[in-house]
Design a binder for this molecule. Structure first.
Ligand SMILES: Cc1cc2nc3c(=O)[nH]c(=O)nc-3n(C[C@H](O)[C@H](O)[C@H](O)COP(=O)(O)OP(=O)(O)OC[C@H]3O[C@@H](n4cnc5c(N)ncnc54)[C@H](O)[C@@H]3O)c2cc1C
Length: 279
């Protein structure tokens, strides 16, 4: 049976205005929370592998205690185990510090065959964490993976590249970042909410399935996490509206008519449209 680890992150719900400070930064304690949408694809891919080849799926998240909510959501969609890394010393970690802490969780968990991550998050949005974890573990990585198949200890994958696709074969263990074009999301296929509610009610079973770990438990160095372990310095943040200017919408009877109107407006404004039109 394959051992799969899926990294999932709890992110602020971007559809909600709650938890946004006046300066535009996120007040994570007040913000509404949700599972990072990109991680749903990674989770679904893990469950598809489990169904097709046989696997044990462990989801790992790093965050404050409420992040356990995403582990419960993962159980509802077919994950077997969950690990929450929570520690005051990880608050304000940048991607370097996050990947350091998360690769220590992997060392703590032991043997694995496949690590799956989302492509990126809707808050940090860097897409750096997955590749950094692979580098730290010194294993192969396949980013933007759309499809995969397994034969023995070999994994074949199709990844998205600019203007096309690339096919690769690697030996496991491997880290894969799952493209959101990988598979249509179809959570209901795997859901068993009632069974999850039942095991969460049993303290022993809950403890067996969900492990909460600290930096000390996973043997991580607290000076390499949090603000102190994060070389990234945020210079300034601002709301998009403040840099946007005004917007004119052209709504003609056809796209051609709209383009004509746009060109007419640019000409009237003396915007040097001739070169653009010739292109
Ligand atoms: C100075 C500074 C302070 C910051 N403080 C915080 C903070 O306190 N809290 C915070 O949440 N963010 C904080 N961030 C944002 C921080 O960069 C990211 O949270 C974190 O490092 C992950 O980066 P990302 O969101 O860009 O993930 P990406 O690299 O875009 O994510 C790719 C994938 O990695 C995995 N992944 C990423 N983060 C986690 C995680 N925490 N747990 C499990 N899997 C994960 C997921 O599978 C995800 O799909 C801070 C950033 C800076 C620069």
């Amino acid at each position: 049976m394959f051992k799969i680890i899926v990294f999932i992150k709890q992110v602020p719900d971007t559809s909600s205005k709650a938890g946004v400070n006046p300066d535009g930064t996120i007040d994570r304690a007040r913000a509404k929370r949700m599972l990072n949408p990109f991680d749903r694809y990674a989770l679904q891919k893990a469950i598809e592998i489990k169904r097709a080849y046989g696997a044990e799926v462990t989801c790992v998240t790093m965050g404050p205690p409420p992040a356990v909510e995403v582990l419960v959501e993962a159980f509802e969609h077919g994950a077997d185990y969950g690990v929450l890394l929570t520690d005051k010393r990880i608050a304000a970690s940048d991607t370097l510090a996050t990947a350091y802490a998360l690769h220590k969780v992997i060392h703590h968990l032991g043997e694995f065959d496949i690590i799956l991550t989302g492509l990126q998050t809707t808050d940090g949005d860097t897409a750096q964490v997955g590749p950094q974890i692979a580098e730290r573990l010194n294993i192969a990585q396949i980013t933007y993976c759309e499809a995969l198949s397994i034969s023995g200890k070999k994994l074949s994958a199709r990844r998205v590249v600019e203007g096309g696709h690339q096919e690769l074969e690697v030996s496991m263990p491997v880290l894969i970042t799952v493209a959101n074009s990988a598979t249509p999301l179809d959570y209901k296929r795997f859901a068993d909410v009632a069974a999850v509610k039942e095991f969460l009610r049993q303290p022993q079973e809950r403890e067996r399935r969900i492990k909460t770990v600290s930096l000390d438990i996973i043997g991580a160095d607290g000076t390499r996490t949090g603000l102190v372990g994060s070389p990234t310095v945020v210079g300034k943040t601002w709301k998009l509206g403040e840099i946007g200017g005004s917007c004119t919408l052209f709504q003609g009877e056809s796209p051609e008519r709209e383009v004509e109107e746009l060109i007419g407006k640019l000409r009237a404004d003396g915007k040097g449209v001739e070169e653009l039109v010739n292109v």
